[in-house]
Design a protein around this ligand. Structure first.
Ligand code: ZN
Length: 300
């Protein structure tokens, strides 16, 4: 299966069991001389992550880095509870995410609001001491002992989003910047409160210019045709926002537009996840509605 075949021996995928299903949430272990994790799953995934690190043949006490693509709970929620198990690790995050992970009260409240009925699948945040956090500048590199990984500022899904490019294999850890990749379909990752179309499209062009050879999605796994997928996601995002905009114009208000879209058969058939696909679809619609609303108020 392309999704779970890794582009390099040095990279191992850990299934975080998000929403209680397989093949939806991933974290990655880099088995390099200075080992690392990319994303951490939610706090509920802690035991899976610890087992994944062990299975990858890495000692927890050797882990040097936890690279966080963004501070949404399915990517960053596990970092605070894993840290006591990784005494030498530093958590790398976007400068705008730094305070959120050090003082996660606001982040927890925002995650509760955005995830609604699904909140119980998203765990909680534990505060991370500031001296164990590092705010990554754009294009900053980090040593893996026998290679480098580069942090890239990639706003769009959220303004504080990072992707990480492993220079040896040219594998790009995409977080949610390139959407969701399931059953060889791309699904829009356009969640509230901060999705921005223009930023996303600029980010996709910047990522293409870095010429990654492989994409490694948090949701989920390996996409081999990196440039083709980056171009396809840009096309799909434009069409997706246009579709929501049209329905909003026809229906006249957000609630009616949301109900209409949730009933459209092709959208209901998208492979979001098996536990509560409608909740995920609803989040991606609400993120676009919020983006359009901010545009009307001139807040973009
Ligand atoms: Zn996510």
């Amino acid at each position: 299966m392309e999704e779970t075949r890794m582009p390099s021996e040095a990279i191992a995928l850990v299934d975080t069991g998000q929403f209680g299903v397989r093949g939806y949430g991933a974290a990655y272990v880099l088995r390099t001389r200075h080992p690392a994790l990319v994303d951490s799953g939610t706090s509920l995934a802690k035991d899976r992550l610890l087992a994944g690190v062990r299975q990858a043949g890495v000692e927890a006490s050797d882990i040097r880095w936890i690279f966080i693509t963004h501070v949404h709970p399915d990517h960053a929620g596990g970092a605070g509870v894993l840290l006591p198990h990784f005494p030498r690790a530093t958590v790398v995050v976007h400068p705008e995410g730094f305070q959120h992970l050090a003082n996660p009260e606001r982040l927890s409240a925002s995650a509760q609001r955005s995830t609604g009925a699904m909140a119980h699948h998203y765990g909680s945040f534990a505060a991370i001491p500031e001296q164990r956090l590092h705010a990554a500048q754009d294009a900053e590199t980090f040593s893996l002992g026998d290679g480098l990984i580069r942090a890239l500022h990639t706003p769009g899904h959220a303004p504080h989003h990072l992707c990480f490019l492993e220079e040896e294999s040219r594998a790009l850890f995409t977080g949610d910047a390139v959407g969701l990749w399931r059953n060889r379909s791309l699904l829009p990752a356009t969640v509230p409160p901060q999705f921005d179309l223009a930023d996303s499209l600029r980010t996709l062009e910047h990522l293409r210019a870095r010429e990654p050879q492989h994409l490694l999605f948090t949701h989920f796994g390996h996409g081999a045709d990196a440039d083709g997928i980056l171009q396809a996601y840009a096309r799909e995002l434009r069409a997706w926002v246009e579709r929501v905009r049209c329905v909003l114009n026809t229906e006249g208000d957000e609630g009616a537009a949301l109900r209409q879209l949730l009933n459209e058969p092709d959208l209901r058939a998208l492979p979001f996840n098996e536990t509560a696909p409608e909740a995920e679809l609803s989040m991606s619609i609400r993120g676009v509605l919020s983006y359009l609303r901010r545009g009307q108020r001139g807040q973009r």
